[in-house]
Design a protein. Sequence first.
Length: 226
Amino acid sequence: MPQAVDNAKGKYEIAKASLERTETLLQFAKITAPFSGMVTKRMVDPGAFIPAATSGSAVQNAAIVSLMDFSRVRIQVAVPELEASLVAKGEPVKVSVDGLPGHSVEGNITRFAYALDEATKTMLAEAELANPKLELRPGMYATVRIGIERKEDALLLPVEALVEERAGAFVFTVTDGKARKTRAQTGFNDGTDVEIVSGVNPDQPVILVGKRTLNDGQAVKVTEGK
């Protein structure tokens, strides 16, 4: 009788170990995400064989889905060399995308690379933005404005008024009905307006030269700009 009991106990332990092994393997059939989000890409279909990620196979080959949480998004900006030294953590950022016309999202610079890329001579800066309505989608191209400086009562002129030469920057003012070439020291230039640091007074009329050719002392007819 004792031997029968021992045999029964042995079979029980073997069955128990087999059950535990099966339960452990069954756990691998359930995939649990490390965070909540949206499945943005599925790489496999039901019934597909999925190889394990090993040193001999790329991790991408073993991927099943792409999961993203974009309730908060990260914007990456390539800052030109001239403005790179002015970027600082906490500076305001305004972001707009073509897919949301007339709508912009505001945030702040959270980190930047300090070093410039050797090929592009730009510096990578990043801003994290709240995206509660999920309007900003990963992969979108964005137009980003960074508030690197704030100046009160800055004198701004349209870029069409600026003439840039090897000798420097000039504007054409009007004196006694004639165009006068005047050297100007410029500051910030966003492609639409240019800051005039010195050389031109706020009450001086200037000529929007654009792509036209104008000579110093040339007679001009003054008309009010629209």
